[in-house]
Design a protein around this ligand. Structure first.
Ligand code: GLN
Length: 256
């Protein structure tokens, strides 16, 4: 058994994680999602390779997961041209079940369009059947939602865009306790299609919601290796359990 662990620890098992447009789309601590993924991947015995992709950069050879953050309307305008050049590649990766997490501003651009408050229409790439309209008042505050897949998900939202789901589109969660969600009216929050999650949750999301982080990790490993197979030392197992315990306690305080 000891030999087995030693042997497997020598095997490199890279997983390529792309942070998309971190220069312009990365607010309210969204980078924390990248940190959580890299830490947990290491503790599961994978080797995270992080690529930061900004407009004009070369596309990495391997992509097993993509993480996108929120941004000001101005940031969304800055990335729009490059984003369109990459739209076919991104849609292809969606079809291949590559897991993605798109927060707020990037969630809006993964939809059909975002019409900003000044009337500018930013086209999205249509991964989600949703559309967004900018409004004067912002939706700001704590967000607690219930997801059938992940249980209670907790975080923080700050957006002026109101997002509406086309018929049949599955929301990421339902806002039944605290927060505005997609539009402040229908109690839906975010959207999910294939292995792509779109959501307004900052916080950042993943440190506080390990079930969501593990979903992304699981899908990334399946994409690259056909299965999710943790190879952990006792120390790594203990550290992951310790992190999960701390998070579980912190969630209790935040959600009560
Ligand atoms: N600019 C967008 C809005 O206000 C997105 C904001 C964000 O990403 N936090 O709706």
């Amino acid at each position: 058994q000891g030999d087995e662990v030693m042997k497997s620890r020598d095997e490199r098992r890279p997983l390529d994680v792309m942070s998309i447009y971190p220069r312009d789309m990365n607010i309210y601590g969204d980078w924390g999602n990248v940190l959580t993924i890299t830490r947990r991947l290491t503790l599961y015995g994978y080797e995270p390779i992080v690529h930061t992709y900004n407009q004009g950069d070369p596309w990495p050879e391997h992509v097993d997961m993509i993480l996108g953050g929120g941004g000001q309307d101005t940031g969304q305008k800055k990335i729009a041209d490059d984003f369109f050049k990459r739209a076919d590649t991104l849609r292809q990766l969606v079809q291949e079940d590559v897991p993605m997490l798109m927060i707020c501003g990037m969630y809006q651009l993964f939809g059909e369009y975002f019409e900003t408050i000044d009337g500018t229409r930013l086209d999205g790439i249509g991964v989600f059947g949703v559309y967004t309209e900018g409004r004067e008042s912002r939706m700001i505050g704590n967000l607690v939602e219930h997801s059938e897949q992940f249980g209670d998900v907790i975080g923080y939202e700050n957006h002026s865009g109101q997002t509406f789901l086309r018929e049949g589109v599955q929301p990421f969660g339902h806002v039944d306790r605290e927060g505005w969600g997609n539009n402040g009216k229908d109690r839906t929050e975010g959207a999910i299609v294939h292995n792509v999650i779109g959501t307004y949750m900052h916080g950042p999301l993943l440190p506080k919601n390990p079930a969501v982080a593990d979903f992304l990790i699981h899908a990334a490993a399946v994409h690259r290796y056909g299965e999710f197979q943790p190879q952990q030392s006792e120390e790594q197992k203990a550290e992951l359990a310790h992190i999960n315990e701390i998070v579980a306690n912190a969630r209790g305080v935040a959600a009560s």
